[in-house]
Design a protein around this ligand. Structure first.
Ligand code: FAD
Length: 414
């Protein structure tokens, strides 16, 4: 019977334990926290958007980097398999808008409870308050390195036939994801793709967005460019915050920030449903009807009041401009600001606040068919530690579950 050590009792580690024990391995999960699945508890605002009930192709489109690496993992254990696993174990699932799947109870704890009870039924041993410090490897006669166990922070050594590193990323470290696995992987000789926050708010380089804190804009188009290259463009909703910008569009755009840290430019189209000509015709009409009214009054017919307050300054209008005084150039600058409002950013919020970590163990050094290291036999990776991350919608948890399932099966020799 193969003895498998799994480091981390998060989404990936729990699923790895389910699969490894299902295939008859003797499994021990080492977790430095006091319980399993601490991050799962806070997912989807406590409701846990556990997966997305979509097809493979749709799924891969939501993964900005290394999507093909996930092909085998998602084929082996798909979103539909995840839904079935929960439902077969008395955790009904509800699929909502955008095919986002949640436990029907809307309680993230039900997902963790289901995975834990499966593990317990299959004899998985959990050791809490055990901080894994390093990997043990041995070199065989043919020069091939093999994982042979782990060393805990107190110096205790545990031996195993295989080790699965499922230590997560560096976001929300209070949930236990302190980035230890990256260090261990690097010490073992793996290449790390630089770690960065993803699905994260963006800080404004100017003061005006903070004044709009709490304002949410729906049905706007956000475009991100680096030089002439369009990195992201999408319709949706965004939010102004005390630091700048957040909300679904901004979080998703943050996944597409340039790889090399190059400067990204963001632009907002406040009226994506109107062509510039249609919008100009409307402006002409409103200004004509406005006569000697303050020109800023017509802005309130075009946008929320708080945005209309700061808009004259954004399009370079004098404070007390009257509708009848608006020149062609001033109308043109309003039109440009409505269709191409620059959102100048100074960077992202810190990685600790990110939903996921971008970067991690280079997937070229991991066999996509088993999740085994190509450098060290018997060493497997699963979950956020890998250099794969996705948009919101249940995709990140599914990546953890699918890679965890494959690593568990692979380590157990199936
Ligand atoms: C606020 C928030 C909301 C989210 N909502 C969603 C959502 O609704 N849907 C979705 O798909 N994704 C969501 N995500 C992303 C998702 O939670 C993660 O992608 C996923 O949990 C990663 O799973 P993992 O098992 O790889 O890592 P983790 O869940 O972070 O688990 C890693 C485990 O390893 C343990 N560990 C680390 N180092 C050591 C060590 N040295 N020794 C022992 N144990 C160690 C940690 O304590 C932890 O338990 C959200 C993330 C956040 C932060």
């Amino acid at each position: 019977m193969a003895e498998i050590l799994i480091v981390g009792a998060g989404a990936a580690g729990l699923m790895a334990a389910v699969f490894a024990s299902r295939y008859g391995a003797k499994v021990t999960v080492l977790e430095h926290g006091e319980k399993a699945g601490k991050k799962i508890y806070i997912t989807g605002k406590g409701r846990c958007n556990v997966t997305n009930d979509c097809t493979m192709e749709e799924f891969l489109r939501e993964v900005p980097r290394n999507p093909r690496f996930l092909y085998s993992a998602l084929s082996h254990f798909s979103p539909q398999d995840m839904i079935a696993l929960l439902e077969e174990n008395r955790c009904p699932v509800e699929v909502q808008r955008g095919r986002r799947a949640y436990p029907a109870s809307m309680k993230a704890s039900d997902v963790t409870r289901t995975l834990l009870s499966l593990c317990e039924r299959q004899g998985v041993r959990f050791l809490y308050h055990r901080e894994v410090r390093s990997l043990r490897t041995e070199t065989g006669a043919a020069g091939q390195r093999r994982a042979s166990g782990i060393v805990l922070a107190d110096g205790t050594e545990l031996r195993g036939d295989a080790v699965i590193l499922a230590t997560g990323g560096i976001s929300y470290p209070a949930t236990g994801s302190t980035g230890d696995g990256y260090r261990m992987a690097e010490e073992a000789g793996h290449t790390l793709i630089p770690l960065r926050p993803s699905l994260i708010g963006l800080c404004a380089a100017e003061a005006w967005p903070a004044a709009l804190q709490g304002l949410s804009l729906k049905n706007v188009r956000l475009t991100m460019r680096c030089g002439k290259k369009t990195l992201y463009t999408e319709l949706g909703e965004m939010l102004f915050t005390h630091f700048g910008f957040s909300g679904p569009l901004i979080l998703e755009a943050s996944c597409h920030l340039p790889e090399d840290g190059g400067k990204a430019e963001l632009e907002l189209d406040l009226k994506p449903g109107l062509t510039p000509d249609q919008l100009d015709a409307r402006l002409c009409r409103e200004l004509k009807n406005g006569g000697r009214k303050q020109a800023r009054n017509i802005l309130q017919t075009l946008m929320p009041a708080s945005l209309a307050e700061v808009f004259p300054a954004l399009c370079g209008w004098p404070e007390d401009l009257l509708c009848s005084q608006v020149t062609g150039a001033q109308r043109e600058s309003l039109l440009r600001s409505l269709k191409h409002l620059p959102l100048r950013i100074s960077g992202t919020r810190p990685a600790e606040e990110a939903v996921v970590t971008r970067g991690g163990v280079c997937v070229k050094e991991v066999d996509p068919g088993t999740m085994e290291s190509r450098l060290i036999r018997g060493l497997y990776f699963a979950g956020e530690i890998l250099d794969v991350d996705a948009h919101t919608g249940g995709y990140n948890l599914q990546i953890a579950f699918s890679t965890g399932a494959l690593a568990g099966a692979g380590a157990a020799g199936n």
